[in-house]
Design a protein around this ligand. Structure first.
Ligand code: SAM
Length: 179
Protein backbone atom coordinates (compact mmCIF):
# COMPACT_ATOMS: atom_id res chain seq x y z
CA UNK A 1 0.00 0.00 0.00
CA UNK A 2 0.85 3.67 -0.23
CA UNK A 3 0.79 6.14 2.68
CA UNK A 4 -0.86 8.97 0.68
CA UNK A 5 -3.65 9.02 -1.89
CA UNK A 6 -1.74 11.61 -3.92
CA UNK A 7 0.00 8.66 -5.57
CA UNK A 8 -3.03 8.24 -7.87
CA UNK A 9 -2.32 11.64 -9.38
CA UNK A 10 1.23 10.64 -10.32
CA UNK A 11 -0.04 7.31 -11.67
CA UNK A 12 -2.46 9.17 -13.95
CA UNK A 13 0.31 11.49 -15.13
CA UNK A 14 2.60 8.54 -15.80
CA UNK A 15 -0.14 6.66 -17.70
CA UNK A 16 -0.82 9.70 -19.86
CA UNK A 17 2.66 11.18 -20.50
CA UNK A 18 5.13 8.34 -19.74
CA UNK A 19 7.41 10.77 -17.93
CA UNK A 20 9.46 8.11 -16.10
CA UNK A 21 11.34 5.19 -17.70
CA UNK A 22 13.22 2.22 -16.32
CA UNK A 23 16.76 3.11 -15.31
CA UNK A 24 15.99 6.81 -14.79
CA UNK A 25 17.39 8.95 -12.02
CA UNK A 26 14.44 10.85 -10.57
CA UNK A 27 14.42 13.77 -8.15
CA UNK A 28 11.26 13.83 -5.97
CA UNK A 29 10.76 17.24 -4.29
CA UNK A 30 8.28 17.48 -1.42
CA UNK A 31 8.32 13.70 -1.11
CA UNK A 32 6.88 12.98 2.37
CA UNK A 33 5.23 10.77 3.47
CA UNK A 34 6.66 8.92 0.45
CA UNK A 35 3.93 7.57 -1.84
CA UNK A 36 5.34 9.12 -4.98
CA UNK A 37 8.83 7.91 -4.09
CA UNK A 38 7.58 4.38 -3.55
CA UNK A 39 5.75 4.40 -6.88
CA UNK A 40 8.75 5.97 -8.63
CA UNK A 41 11.00 3.20 -7.31
CA UNK A 42 8.72 0.69 -9.05
CA UNK A 43 8.95 2.71 -12.29
CA UNK A 44 12.74 3.12 -12.38
CA UNK A 45 13.59 -0.46 -11.40
CA UNK A 46 16.85 -1.78 -10.01
CA UNK A 47 19.14 0.33 -12.20
CA UNK A 48 17.38 3.60 -11.48
CA UNK A 49 17.59 5.98 -8.53
CA UNK A 50 15.10 8.09 -6.62
CA UNK A 51 16.42 11.08 -4.68
CA UNK A 52 13.69 12.32 -2.34
CA UNK A 53 13.67 15.57 -0.36
CA UNK A 54 11.25 16.87 2.23
CA UNK A 55 11.12 18.96 5.38
CA UNK A 56 9.41 15.97 7.02
CA UNK A 57 10.58 12.35 7.25
CA UNK A 58 9.39 9.62 4.86
CA UNK A 59 7.33 6.83 6.34
CA UNK A 60 8.19 4.29 3.63
CA UNK A 61 11.03 1.96 4.53
CA UNK A 62 14.56 2.36 3.25
CA UNK A 63 15.36 1.00 -0.20
CA UNK A 64 18.60 0.33 -2.09
CA UNK A 65 17.63 2.69 -4.89
CA UNK A 66 16.32 5.50 -2.65
CA UNK A 67 18.27 8.41 -1.21
CA UNK A 68 16.47 10.77 1.19
CA UNK A 69 17.45 14.22 2.42
CA UNK A 70 15.42 15.90 5.12
CA UNK A 71 15.46 19.66 4.61
CA UNK A 72 14.32 22.57 2.50
CA UNK A 73 15.15 22.06 -1.19
CA UNK A 74 15.27 25.83 -1.70
CA UNK A 75 18.28 26.04 0.69
CA UNK A 76 21.88 26.04 -0.57
CA UNK A 77 22.80 23.29 1.87
CA UNK A 78 20.24 20.82 0.53
CA UNK A 79 20.87 21.84 -3.08
CA UNK A 80 24.56 20.98 -2.67
CA UNK A 81 23.58 17.51 -1.49
CA UNK A 82 21.29 17.08 -4.48
CA UNK A 83 24.11 18.25 -6.82
CA UNK A 84 26.02 15.06 -5.98
CA UNK A 85 23.31 12.92 -7.66
CA UNK A 86 22.63 15.17 -10.64
CA UNK A 87 21.86 15.13 -13.49
CA UNK A 88 18.37 13.63 -13.43
CA UNK A 89 16.18 12.39 -16.27
CA UNK A 90 13.07 13.45 -14.35
CA UNK A 91 12.20 16.00 -11.66
CA UNK A 92 8.83 15.71 -9.94
CA UNK A 93 7.43 18.01 -7.27
CA UNK A 94 4.30 17.56 -5.22
CA UNK A 95 5.56 20.28 -2.87
CA UNK A 96 2.94 22.61 -1.53
CA UNK A 97 3.83 25.67 0.49
CA UNK A 98 1.89 25.84 3.75
CA UNK A 99 -1.50 27.34 2.94
CA UNK A 100 -3.00 30.41 4.63
CA UNK A 101 -6.55 30.10 3.33
CA UNK A 102 -6.04 33.33 1.37
CA UNK A 103 -6.27 32.11 -2.21
CA UNK A 104 -4.27 34.98 -3.75
CA UNK A 105 -1.43 34.50 -1.28
CA UNK A 106 -1.44 30.70 -1.57
CA UNK A 107 -1.37 30.69 -5.37
CA UNK A 108 1.38 33.35 -5.39
CA UNK A 109 3.52 31.24 -3.04
CA UNK A 110 2.93 28.12 -5.09
CA UNK A 111 3.79 29.95 -8.32
CA UNK A 112 6.99 31.26 -6.75
CA UNK A 113 7.92 27.72 -5.71
CA UNK A 114 7.30 26.34 -9.22
CA UNK A 115 9.41 29.15 -10.68
CA UNK A 116 12.28 28.07 -8.42
CA UNK A 117 11.81 24.49 -9.56
CA UNK A 118 11.94 25.59 -13.21
CA UNK A 119 15.24 27.30 -12.56
CA UNK A 120 16.56 24.26 -10.65
CA UNK A 121 15.60 22.15 -13.68
CA UNK A 122 18.13 24.24 -15.62
CA UNK A 123 20.79 23.07 -13.19
CA UNK A 124 19.78 19.44 -12.64
CA UNK A 125 17.70 18.12 -15.54
CA UNK A 126 19.30 16.49 -18.60
CA UNK A 127 18.44 17.73 -22.09
CA UNK A 128 15.38 15.71 -23.09
CA UNK A 129 14.41 15.38 -19.42
CA UNK A 130 10.88 15.60 -18.02
CA UNK A 131 9.30 17.75 -15.33
CA UNK A 132 6.13 17.38 -13.25
CA UNK A 133 5.27 20.08 -10.69
CA UNK A 134 2.16 20.74 -8.64
CA UNK A 135 0.81 24.26 -9.00
CA UNK A 136 -1.98 26.13 -7.23
CA UNK A 137 -3.17 28.01 -10.23
CA UNK A 138 -3.47 31.79 -9.82
CA UNK A 139 -2.81 34.94 -11.77
CA UNK A 140 0.79 33.96 -12.61
CA UNK A 141 -0.10 30.60 -14.16
CA UNK A 142 0.03 31.74 -17.79
CA UNK A 143 3.54 33.06 -17.30
CA UNK A 144 4.61 29.70 -15.91
CA UNK A 145 3.00 27.90 -18.83
CA UNK A 146 4.89 30.14 -21.23
CA UNK A 147 8.19 29.35 -19.48
CA UNK A 148 7.54 25.59 -19.70
CA UNK A 149 6.62 25.85 -23.37
CA UNK A 150 9.85 27.71 -24.01
CA UNK A 151 12.00 25.25 -22.08
CA UNK A 152 10.40 21.95 -23.09
CA UNK A 153 9.33 20.36 -26.37
CA UNK A 154 5.84 19.72 -25.01
CA UNK A 155 4.08 21.55 -22.17
CA UNK A 156 0.81 20.72 -20.41
CA UNK A 157 -1.32 21.73 -17.47
CA UNK A 158 -2.89 18.46 -16.31
CA UNK A 159 -5.71 18.06 -13.80
CA UNK A 160 -5.85 14.48 -12.53
CA UNK A 161 -9.23 12.83 -11.88
CA UNK A 162 -7.90 12.16 -8.38
CA UNK A 163 -7.79 15.92 -7.69
CA UNK A 164 -10.78 17.08 -5.64
CA UNK A 165 -13.24 18.97 -7.81
CA UNK A 166 -13.14 22.26 -5.89
CA UNK A 167 -9.33 22.33 -5.79
CA UNK A 168 -7.37 24.79 -7.93
CA UNK A 169 -4.36 22.50 -8.21
CA UNK A 170 -2.96 21.48 -11.57
CA UNK A 171 0.23 19.70 -12.54
CA UNK A 172 2.67 21.42 -14.82
CA UNK A 173 4.13 18.80 -17.16
CA UNK A 174 7.13 19.46 -19.40
CA UNK A 175 8.24 16.66 -21.71
CA UNK A 176 11.63 16.77 -23.42
CA UNK A 177 13.69 19.63 -22.03
CA UNK A 178 15.26 21.69 -24.79
CA UNK A 179 19.07 21.93 -24.70
N1 SAM B 1 4.04 13.28 -2.95
C1 SAM B 1 3.96 13.00 -1.50
C2 SAM B 1 3.48 11.57 -1.34
O1 SAM B 1 2.94 11.04 -2.31
O2 SAM B 1 3.67 10.99 -0.26
C3 SAM B 1 3.05 13.99 -0.81
C4 SAM B 1 3.65 15.39 -0.76
S1 SAM B 1 2.79 16.54 0.28
C5 SAM B 1 1.34 16.87 -0.64
C6 SAM B 1 3.75 18.03 0.08
C7 SAM B 1 5.08 18.02 0.80
O3 SAM B 1 5.88 19.12 0.34
C8 SAM B 1 4.97 18.19 2.32
O4 SAM B 1 5.42 17.00 2.94
C9 SAM B 1 5.91 19.37 2.63
O5 SAM B 1 6.70 19.17 3.79
C10 SAM B 1 6.79 19.41 1.39
N2 SAM B 1 7.47 20.69 1.11
C11 SAM B 1 6.90 21.89 0.83
N3 SAM B 1 7.85 22.82 0.62
C12 SAM B 1 9.06 22.19 0.76
C13 SAM B 1 10.42 22.63 0.67
N4 SAM B 1 10.72 23.90 0.38
N5 SAM B 1 11.40 21.72 0.86
C14 SAM B 1 11.09 20.43 1.15
N6 SAM B 1 9.83 19.96 1.25
C15 SAM B 1 8.82 20.83 1.06
Amino acid sequence: GYPARSVYKLMEIQRKYRVVSRGDRVLDLGAAPGSWSKYLLSCVGEKGLVVAVDLLPLVIGSHERLVFYQGDFTSDEVQERIDVHAPFQVIVSDAAPSTSGNRGLDTARSEALVERILSLAGRWLVPGGNLVAKLFQGSGAQEIFRAVREGWERAYFFRPQATRRQSFEVFVVGVGKRS
